[in-house]
Design a binder for this molecule. Structure first.
Ligand code: ATP
Length: 360
């Protein structure tokens, strides 16, 4: 059982609260990504599972054991960092075998061969780390973690030293490996693309506080607050401040340039809650030129990315909004005046004050 649970876990370093009252359950066999910007506390959370930091408050369990007072080496976890820390004077075989010192020789050989097979390292076992590429070294570091067959893998930005192409490839290999081994994995990254593509679920942290936990698509489709809305997705979600108003008797949101209607259930929720200032969010793929509920803007830049184009527009008050257009679709020219529209169902509404999503 590789379930990992944080209950009311806080970690303070002097005046800094690195992790603030964290409640989080990582399910057995799950690949959970801890995501957030630099300094949000994700490494500290991971290091507390490993036993490299002690919680100031709260309880951490691995499997069914409370591990607060258990030594790192007795926690049955394996950690992979961005720096591979292989022993340079040892062969790949010896490096992988290193954690198995207590097992007999035959068992060691079987385990190393199994793991080498899984990671495609069979032909490299007699080489020294200096004779390997960065990607191969990272695979050896992974092999050394896997060979112990721990209850959980803890990974701290393990791909960040690889170049972009290798990172994409290794990302897929790691996912495949986890699917095969089904070892509970907690993976730390600041890269939302890694989080979206790798995690069964993503837990987003900001300033030590958990913002949302959920499957990637759910977090993308229904961000719990403005921070998550802006952190997940590239380009980031367009967000524009607006005021709740009445227009011909109906509740609308007044944006720079004109009013927009929000879906009836959200209008109802706004009315009930008495929220008057909101932020309207809309993803760039959900914006189009024209349509019924639309607001004026001017095209300032058109960026071509090959498979799509980003049309960057300014609203009447100067705020920037990005519209994503598939390659081959027509785009307006720079300097052109346009109307930006979106289906009401694709509008996200956030309370400007609390930043929380307004839900029906
Ligand atoms: P990064 O992606 O930059 O590694 P992170 O999200 O992993 O960031 P942490 O390393 O967990 O963030 O740090 C969280 C906060 O705790 C930061 O403000 C950091 O400066 C502080 N912190 C971390 N370790 C220590 C320490 N040993 N002593 C004092 N402060 C620390």
């Amino acid at each position: 059982m590789g379930r990992v649970v944080f209950t009311g876990v806080t970690k303070r370093f002097g005046d800094v609260t690195a992790v603030d009252d964290l409640d989080l359950e990582v399910l057995d066999e799950e690949f959970l990504v801890l995501l957030g910007p630099s300094g949000c506390g994700k490494s500290t959370a991971l290091r507390m599972i490993a036993g490299l930091e002690d919680p100031t408050e709260g309880v951490i369990t691995i499997g069914d054991r409370v591990v607060n007072d258990i030594e790192p080496r007795d926690r049955d976890i394996a950690m992979v960092f961005q720096s591979y820390a292989l022993y340079p004077h040892m062969t790949v075989r010896k490096n992988i075998e290193f954690p198995l010192r207590t097992l007999d020789r035959a068992e060691r050989a079987t385990r190393v061969n199994d793991v080498a097979n899984v990671l495609g390292l069979e032909n490299l076992l007699d080489r020294k780390p200096a004779q390997l590429s960065g990607g191969q070294r990272q695979r050896v570091a992974l092999a050394r973690a896997i060979v112990r067959r721990p209850a959980a893998f803890l990974m701290d930005e393990p791909l960040s030293n690889l170049d972009a192409k290798l990172r994409v490839q290794t990302r897929a290999e790691l996912v495949e490996l986890q699917q095969r081994l089904l070892t509970t994995t907690v993976y730390v990254t600041h890269d939302q693309v890694e989080a979206m593509t790798m995690g069964h679920r993503i837990a987003i942290l900001e300033a030590g506080v958990l913002q949302q936990v959920g499957p990637p698509q759910e977090v993308y489709d229904r961000p719990a607050n403005l921070f998550v809305a802006r952190f997940i997705g590239s380009p980031p979600m367009n967000t524009v401040r607006g005021e709740v108003a009445r227009h011909d008797g109906a509740l609308v949101v007044q944006l720079p340039g004109g009013p927009v209607e929000v879906p009836a259930p959200i209008a109802h929720a706004l009315e009930q809650s008495g929220v008057t200032s909101v932020v309207i969010g809309v993803r760039s793929e959900h914006l189009s030129f024209g349509g019924a509920a639309s607001i004026p803007a001017t095209v300032t830049v058109v960026e071509s990315l090959g498979h799509e184009r980003h049309v960057i527009c300014r609203l009447v008050d100067g705020q920037m909004v990005i519209v994503r257009v598939a390659a081959g679709e027509p785009v307006p020219s720079v300097g052109e005046s346009v109307q930006l529209g979106s289906d009401a169902e694709h509008l996200h509404v956030f309370d400007a004050q609390s930043t929380a999503r307004v839900e029906p």
